[in-house]
Design a protein around this ligand. Sequence first.
Ligand SMILES: [Zn+2]
Length: 331
Amino acid sequence: MPMMGRRALLGSAGLGVLAAPAIVRAQATAPAAAQETTQIEIDRAMPPETHRFEFGEFEVFVVKDGARPSGAPNETFGTNQTAEAVGQLLQENFLPADQFVNSFSPTLVNTGSDVVLFDTGLGQAGRAQGGGRLVEGLAAGGYTPEDVTVVVLTHMHGDHIGGLMEDGKPAFPNARYVAGQVEYDFWTDEARVGTPAENGHKGVLANVKPLAEKMTFVGDGADVVPGITGMAAFGHSPGHMIYNIESAGKRLVLTADTANHFVLSLQRPEWEVRFDMDKAAAAETRKKVFDMVATDRIAFLGYHMPFPAVGFVEKQETGYRFVPKSYQFDL
Ligand SMILES: [Zn+2]
């Protein structure tokens, strides 16, 4: 089908998810809509990307909740560098100098006795921006929201807590929750009012606080379920936590937002990142965590890494080279 036809066709379908090919064909006879179709609408005609792999005795299931293109990479990554330096590093890595894509990968770990979901994506508020597709993705893997027994929040930025509530009700009705104590205390504190963290504070009051009764607050070294242990990795946010996952001799670290771009944050871990709330602490944590991942030659899963968000790192003179997962877990 020529591109213009496809665009017009999806434009008439609006933002709704196309349920079946039959609907797509029906739309083909409708008059072309005047409205311009966005990439988001085109993407929504496809099921969200998902990826499943065996991990020891566990199953890991990664969902692409969405992706957001942005301009001006150096306004987010390398904010203390020139646009030229940031653009040059991107180009050396076969990426455009003036644009980047950020994606969101909530991840489910099925241990056999628990179904543990790490972070919840953009949720309802993110649907117009191409996000909020977590539940749709889980369904593609045969999971319902009711199946989730534990929701772990790595930290409380909007792209991680957005999917906790749906229409004001818990999106995962049977789950208990695990969250960092330091993180929860920071965001719920009234002292955030009138600061740059005020919006985040409001988001946590709306999406996290109503669930506090079912929440266990943890710190460094806390066990979530057997095989899953929390590690403090503060800096990106005040109480940012990462998780060590081990099963049958295999090991994976879920690094959450320790590094947020597979080139800019990993190859230049000291470059400042707009979303790192304590930039010096975040850079220190980045180096510590990825030194460990490189030295131990273990896999990591990073929420904003290119889908399916799993890979390895090789230590280089300045930073780390990202090596995406291939068939390591299929043998
Ligand atoms: Zn994030």
